[in-house]
Design a binder for this molecule. Structure first.
Ligand SMILES: [Cu+2]
Length: 94
């Protein structure tokens, strides 16, 4: 029974290793209202490898969940800049 529990834990770890999910926080300046945040969010979400994006105009912050085998933080910032706003990296909290 003890070994069965250990096996289940190993499976869990294997699953999360395959998902390769990473979270990035990116500072976005120039957003003035909710519609700005929505366009940044859309720009991020259509980027390959992005799972979801949460953008706050008030905080000037985008929180992006992405697959780091498909896209990196720099490309996420490029995607934001393409929507017409300035993106800068924030200290990562991993
Ligand atoms: Cu706006």
């Amino acid at each position: 029974m003890k070994s069965l529990g250990l096996f289940a834990i190993l499976l869990l770890f294997a699953g999360s290793a395959m998902a390769k999910e990473a979270t990035a926080q990116i500072k976005v300046s120039g957003m003035t209202c909710g519609a700005c945040a929505v366009s940044v969010k859309r720009g991020l979400e259509k980027t390959k490898g992005v799972k979801s994006a949460d953008v706050s105009a008030e905080k000037g912050l985008a929180t992006v969940i992405y697959d780091d085998s498909q896209v990196n933080e720099r490309q996420l910032r490029d995607a934001i800049e393409k929507t017409g706003f300035r993106a800068e990296p924030v200290k990562e909290n991993r």
